[in-house]
Structure formats: C-alpha cells, structure tokens
Design a protein around this ligand. Structure first.
Ligand code: NAD
Length: 445
C-alpha cells in the first residue's frame, strides 16, 4: 500500500490516504486454459448474482454452471455473467458430477449450507461458502470435518476479511500503537424495509416456478409460502436473524483485525422486536456483549435508525481505531502529562500551589495546559469502485489454483458463526451463553 494519486485534503487537518488496491485478480497476460479455474454456483439469488458479477474482473476463472430452485434466478445468473450461456438447472448434483468443475460457490440460505458444502467436498470440489457458514454449531462441526477429511480449500464469504481497509486496520492493530485495547464496539444499523429484509415478491413466483419442497430441505414441511422463500432471514428454520446476517460480518472483521480466531467465551444479549411486527421470529434490535480473553466486544444492530451505519471502534490506551462505512481513522489519544487538577481543588491553596510548583519542577519540559499527542491522526479509504468481494473471491480462486491457504478458512468461518449462534442463544433464553470448548457446544444458564 502506498499513498495513491487520489490523496486528498479533507477539512483542515485530516489527509485521506487512498489505499492501493491489490491486484490479486488481475493478470498481466492471458491465463492459459490449463490454469483456468472452472466453477459452478449453487444458489443464484441476491448474493449469488452479486458474486457472479464480482467474479467477472478476475482473470483465469470461468463460471460453467449454475443451479437454483427458482427458475427466474437461473435467468438472473446468466444475466449476471453478462449473458454467458452457462448450463443451468434446479439440481446442483449436476454441477457436482461434472469432472471439469474445480470449485463451487454455495450461496443458498443458511439451512442448505451444510448439505451443499459436505456434498461438494465429497465430490472433490473446493468450496466458497457464504456467511454465516453454519445454521447451527452442529452443522459447522460437520462441515469443518468434511472439508478437512476431503482436503478441500474452503473460503467463507465474509468479504471484509479480504478488504484493503481491514488489512490496514490489522496493520495498525499489529503495530501496537493503539496500546492496550479493552473494548471493541461495532454496529450495523439500518433504517429501510430492504435493510430489514422486507423484499418484494416477484410476480412470477409460484409453486410452478419454484421447487418449494426441495428448498425446505431438512426444515419442517409446510405449504408453499413465498414470504418464507424470499424473506427467509426472518425465520429460525432457515436463517439466524440479525446475528447471522450482520453480526457475522462484524465478528469476522474483529477476528481478522485482532487475530483472535476463536469463538467468544461468553455472550450476553438483549434487544426486542419494535418495528417489524410482520410475523418474523427474530428481534429487529439486538445487542450482544461478548467476553474474549483480552477484551470485551459490544455489538448492536437495529432497523430503526441508521445514523451510525456500519461502524467499528477499537478503543486503546494510546489511540482509537474507527472504521465507519469505507473510511478508517486512527486517532492518537493524548497521554495525560499534566499535574492532577481535580482532587487538589479540595486542598488548601497553599498545599495546592506547592504541589503544582513541585510537579512543574519535576517536569521541566511541560508547560501548563500543554498536552503532547504522540503521532498524528491518520485517515484511509479504498479507491472509488473498490470491491472487497472481488478480492475475497480472487483470494479463494488463487488458493484453488496454488493450494496455498485461503484468508478465511472453514475454522475461521465456524468460529465467527458460533459467535452468532451464542448471541441468539442468549437472546432467546435471556441467559448468558457460554462456549464450552471441550464439549464443543453452547451452554446457557
Ligand atoms: N457476504 C455477504 O455480504 C452476503 C450478502 C447477502 C447474503 N449473503 C449470504 O448468501 C446466502 C444467500 O443469501 P441471498 O440473499 O442470496 O438469498 P436468496 O434467497 O436471495 O437466494 C438464495 C437462492 O438459493 C436457492 N437455493 C436454495 N436451496 C437450494 C438448493 N438446494 N439448490 C439450488 N438452489 C437453492 C434459492 O432458490 C434462492 O434463489 C445466505 O447465506 C446469506 O447469508 C451474504
């Protein structure tokens, strides 16, 4: 990373350093067919189509096939690929059976991740699995086991882990200049129906165009319900609410920056359903406090006010690191190099004056009222149009090609997902949720 051409002055003081994008996905010359990674995709809804579009700039990768249970999404997949006429079907087994396909992306709702990932690993495919990796702790354990047993590359899709902004944050964290950090706060607040998953139902959606029974998978059988199909994040049988949708990004970002690749030790949640009383089974305001060995993490998501938006604050003795939207800011914190000026005002004037005289004699270089800040405020941003999703996919495809480790493997994804399941376990039981590492399960109470 270096100071880019777009460096600009904002306000009077803070200069923004535009981070140099990595070029993991670019190639100086055409990639020979023997090095081309061929992939298929399972689930081409909102995220699947986004991933396909984000894959287009990556040299040496070709999408060859797409599977989705809703016919219109097979059309959407081809459109996302710029009109490429890939093989499409409702049945993802057809992708897994193809010998010319190296890898698959799994972008189904959470309740299908386990089965699709395990079957892909068994079929010898490397897997990019969307976040949250698991729908339950048991699912995650089975997925980690299958990936490792079949020696597959697996990336979990929390793309911030590949972001140049979060890499800069990690560099600052690793430098130690924050000093001791005991608190990390993060939020992802929204104030739109779309942000609260109230997605419109397409007019052609029906039992004819959607394979509803297959979509239900291992979830309880029920009659066709378009609301559940399109707004599945609201229901426990398929998703994990705010924790699974948004906390997982916050936890993954925090785990990446701090290098803390483990489930939280304890979680305590509260919140409520205030706005979207539409039959959903999850709260629309969720707070969780987490214990980690060296610091506390406090997370919040709400659907009522988005003043804060997406936010991370790492609060250290010597500085604060803030990520808000696409800006990263390091603010050094002034060490208090002045005589005590609170309790001494309960002293007689004579004693106080003697204290001050003595203090300034022992600190000859400090003048009254002078605070020495160590270092300057630094602000960083990615260049316009930067896509962390393209970087994340490129990292995965490079690992498929080179067999070098991915940046966010199945263990990382499993640990972050456990944090989400702990949040929900505490919210619904109204008790602390503890991660029992030896029993590999969440205990509440
Ligand atoms: N990384 C991110 O920023 C991000 C953003 C949004 C969603 N996601 C994740 O991506 C996943 C998908 O979310 P979405 O919003 O795209 O959901 P979606 O409902 O829009 O799309 C999911 C698609 O999967 C298909 N599907 C389900 N089971 C299938 C099966 N067995 N075979 C073939 N197709 C199947 C459905 O028909 C549907 O079209 C979720 O895990 C979600 O958490 C990640």
């Amino acid at each position: 990373m270096r100071l880019g051409a777009g460096a600009a002055v904002v306000g009077a003081a803070a200069k923004i350093t535009i981070l140099e994008p990595r070029t993991l996905w670019a190639s100086a010359r055409p990639v020979p067919p023997s090095d081309t990674v061929r992939f298929g995709i399972i689930g081409t809804g909102v995220e699947g189509c986004s991933l396909l579009r984000a894959s287009l700039p990556i040299a040496g990768v070709e999408c060859e096939a797409a599977a989705d249970l809703y016919d219109s999404r097979q059309i959407a997949a081809k459109e996302a690929l710029g009109g490429k006429n890939v093989e499409t079907s409702r049945d993802y087994r057809r992708i897994l059976d193809r010998k010319d396909i190296d890898a698959v992306i799994v972008a189904t709702p959470d309740h299908w991740h386990r089965r699709a990932v395990i079957e892909a690993a068994e079929a010898g495919k490397d897997v990019y699995c969307e976040k949250p990796m698991s729908h339950s702790v048991e699912d995650g354990l089975a997925m980690v086991e299958a990936i490792q047993k079949h020696k597959r590359m697996c990336t979990v899709g929390s793309q911030r882990v590949s972001s140049i902004l979060y890499h800069k944050a990690k560099e600052i964290w690793d430098s130690g200049k924050l000093g001791m950090v005991d608190t990390i706060m993060a939020a992802w607040d929204r104030n739109t129906d779309s942000g609260a998953w109230v997605y419109p139902i397409p007019p052609d959606a029906s039992e004819q165009t959607i394979d509803w029974n297959t979509w239900l998978g291992d979830a309880p059988k029920r009659p066709y319900d378009a609301i559940r199909f399109f707004r599945w994040r609201c229901y426990k049988d398929y998703g994990a609410g705010l924790a699974g949708d948004l906390f997982v990004h916050l936890l993954s970002g925090i785990h990446h920056v701090t290098g803390m690749n483990m489930p939280p030790q304890r979680a305590l949640s509260t919140g409520g359903l205030y706005h979207y009383k539409d039959g959903r089974e999850f709260p629309d305001l969720l707070w969780t406090m987490y214990d980690y060995p060296h610091f506390q993490v406090v997370l919040r998501c709400n659907h009522n006010n988005n003043d804060v938006g997406e936010f991370f604050g790492f609060y250290g003795k010597n500085g604060t690191l803030i990520i808000q939207g696409s800006t990263l800011r390091f603010k050094p914190q002034a060490p208090y190099e002045q005589p005590e000026d609170y309790s001494v005002f309960g002293w007689p004037v004579k004693l106080r004056d003697e204290y001050y005289a003595d203090w300034y004699q022992r600190h000859p270089s400090t003048k009254p009222g002078e605070f020495k800040v160590q270092g300057e405020e630094e602000v960083f941003a990615p260049p316009p149009g930067y896509s962390d999703m393209t970087d994340h996919l490129a990292n995965f495809f490079n690992s498929v090609r080179t067999r070098q480790p991915v940046i966010e493997n199945e263990v990382f994804g499993h640990n972050a997902a456990i944090g989400c399941h702990m949040s929900n376990a505490s919210y619904f039981t109204k008790k602390p949720a503890v991660w029992d590492a030896s029993a590999k399960k969440i205990v509440t109470g």
